[in-house]
Each structure stands twice: as C-alpha cells, then as structure tokens.
Design a protein around this ligand. Structure first.
Ligand SMILES: [Zn+2]
Length: 210
C-alpha cells in the first residue's frame, strides 16, 4: 500500500495532519464529504499555534463542522465526517449539534476519545449517529504521524512515554514505525517541512510492510 492508493479523503487528512505537525500542532485532521464523496469542508488541529485566540479548543473535527458552509451544503444529515482520531467530548458534541450523522474514524483513542457517549447519553443516542471504524492500517498511519509529532516537539519525557503507550494500545505497529524512522535519522538536520505528507506516510507504510 502506498499513500496515493489511499482513498482521497484520507490522503487529504494525512496531508493536513502533516501541515499541523510542521506548525507544531497535533497531527490530527478531519474532512466532511457530501453524498457523492466530495470534500466540502476540512480542518486541522491548531492547538500549538498562538496566532489564533484560545488555540486549545482548535480541534480538527470542531473546526471542520464550523467551516461547513451550510448555505451551499444544507443536507448536513447526509454528510460524513472523516477523522484521523476518535473525536473528543467537545468535537463529539459539536458534530452532533452540527447535524452530522455519520462518522468514519481511523484510530481509536481510549484516553481522550468520546464515542462511548453516543450510547451513554440519551440525547446523543436519539441522534442515531453511525460510526465506522477503519482497519488497522489507517490507524497505524494516524498514530505514526502523532508519534513523530511528539518525538519532535514533546520535551516532557514522562508525558511522552505515557502518550506513546496510549497510542500503542491499538496501533503499536504505527508507533514503532515512527520511532524507528526517527531513530534512523529521518529528521537529522532537517525541518519536518522538508518532507511532504506523502513521503512521511510512505516511509511509515514501508516499515510496516517489512
Ligand atoms: Zn476534539
């Protein structure tokens, strides 16, 4: 499997995630597609960027819902939100209130994910949100990119260790691939922006398929 063989919406998500990583934010992104599968909204995590007010709330899924032009695209109940990572409580609330009724997710997140709320809360239960979990490979790419981000920018070694442990619960292959890549000198003397998302994802895929 290569980056350019991934479905278009996932290529775009990983491209946005790479942009976030290059900006020092979390490698998380989301897109919304219409009934025909065309991308009609998108956003990336911007929590590490100080040029926006209150960046800690700048999560990808929340911003993708807020960026959706409902005058041009009013059939929100028919749209699908794709997210690299399981949405958190804030994003879950925002996407439901934004009328999204189908979510496709690459990586599970027992630490911060809130998909459980869809069945635990009566209000949310009544919205009948459909959730599709993707196979291991997309989750491995997702967690691989997040691992690269933390290895590059997280200076709190204890917290880093805890995060990589969390990332590894479902996607150890992706985490290990990113660690190997960084250990082997992928970034030596280079800024992440030196590489494209396609190059980074293909390196992860190469290691995984070995
Ligand atoms: Zn969120």
């Amino acid at each position: 499997m290569l980056y350019n063989e991934l479905p278009t919406q996932w290529q775009r998500i990983f491209e946005l995630e790479w942009e976030s990583l290059c900006m020092g934010s979390k490698a998380i992104a989301a897109v919304i597609t219409d009934e025909n599968g065309g991308i009609i909204s998108e956003a990336r995590n911007m929590t590490g960027e100080s040029h926006i007010p209150n960046p800690k709330t700048a999560h990808a899924e929340t911003e993708a819902v807020r960026n959706l032009d409902i005058d041009c695209y009013p059939n929100k109940w028919n749209y699908t939100l794709y997210s690299g990572l399981e949405p958190c409580v804030m994003c879950m609330g925002t996407l439901v209130m934004g009328g999204i009724r189908k979510v496709e997710i690459a990586a599970r997140d027992d630490f911060g994910g809130a998909i459980d709320l869809l069945t635990a809360n009566d209000f949310l239960k009544n919205k009948n949100v459909q959730v599709v979990w993707h196979g291991e490979l997309l989750g491995d790419i997702q967690r691989g990119l997040q691992t690269m981000r933390e290895l590059l920018f997280n200076t709190d070694r204890d917290k880093l260790g805890r995060m990589l442990k969390d990332f590894s619960v479902y996607n150890k292959r992706g985490v290990d691939a990113a660690i190997k890549l960084v250990d082997d000198g992928f970034f030596d003397g280079k800024q992440p922006a030196y590489y494209t998302a396609e190059e980074a994802v293909n390196e992860i895929l190469n290691i995984i398929s070995d």
